[in-house]
Design a protein around this ligand. Structure first.
Ligand code: APR
Length: 237
């Protein structure tokens, strides 16, 4: 590990599964119960805003009853100890819309698919922390218009902070993907981007992801076990 200085970590729904938040593509997962085009696209929101708001209200309420698990906590420890030494960087990019990384103590999290606990006003572009329901159509605290929507990147919309992510990937020596099926781009392409820059690549997942063959190493098992073990290895040096 002596040659590693800059780490980029990508997390997906699998890291929060053991906290009781359902993943998307499992047999009993979220997308088995809801059609993506009914609840997670701009068209769906235009067609039936109440249904979409209620879907996210339910998920927003649920995450507030969940707690970070050992995988989240170990990444907080890694951020703290790794970035405490000079000349080292770590960027944690998550596809997850829960706040479990933050509640475990990670300070710099890029939520590329948005956040359940944030509301966005499509009239004045205000964003605010939001823990209540949006389905009652509350007014925007800034401009008063009734144009608040979940601050979530829907299918067909541009993920957030991509310049910052590609910049970090271009400097990375190690790219680690945790708990994601590798089914959704652009996140599924980060491994190739990191490899092209000469980074080592590691996958930690319950089962091989769609892009598993692209990683230098894949370790299979539950995140709550694999992630703390890997963090210990990195910090031992
Ligand atoms: N530990 C580690 N990995 C796990 C665990 C666990 N306990 N439980 C499940 N997994 C793995 C699964 O094997 C699967 O490969 O996590 C992955 C979850 O995959 P998805 O449900 O597809 O979730 P994700 O990859 O985060 O989805 C990406 O798709 O619909 C969108 O916007 C949504 O951000 C999401 C994106």
């Amino acid at each position: 590990m002596d040659d590693i200085r800059n780490i980029v970590i990508l997390t997906g729904a699998g890291i929060s599964a053991e906290s009781g938040i359902e993943t998307f593509r499992a047999e009993d997962g979220l997308w088995e119960k809801h059609r993506i085009e009914d609840v997670a696209t701009p068209d769906a929101f235009r067609r039936d805003p109440v249904l979409v708001q209620k879907f996210y209200d339910m998920r927003r309420a649920a995450v507030q009853t969940k707690e970070p698990n050992p995988a989240h906590h170990s990444l907080a420890r890694l951020e703290h100890e790794w970035t405490g030494a000079s000349g080292r960087s770590l960027l944690l990019v998550t596809q997850n819309v829960d706040d479990l990384h933050e509640r475990a103590g990670v300070t710099n999290v890029v939520h590329m698919h948005g956040e359940l606990l944030s509301a966005w006003c499509s009239a004045c572009d205000m964003r605010a922390r939001w823990s209540e329901h949006l389905s009652g159509d509350p007014p925007c605290p800034e401009c008063g218009s009734k144009a608040l929507r979940p601050d979530i990147v829907w299918f067909g919309e541009m993920p957030y902070r991509m310049d910052e992510i590609y910049d970090a990937l271009s400097q990375s020596d190690l790219f680690v993907s945790i708990g994601t099926s590798g089914a959704v781009y652009p996140a599924a392409g980060f491994v190739q981007e990191a490899r092209a820059q000469g980074a080592r690549t590691l996958e930690l997942n319950l089962e091989p992801s769609q892009g598993s063959h692209l990683f230098d190493e894949t370790r299979l098992g539950p995140a709550s076990e694999l992630v703390p073990q890997w963090v210990d290895e990195v910090l031992r040096g």
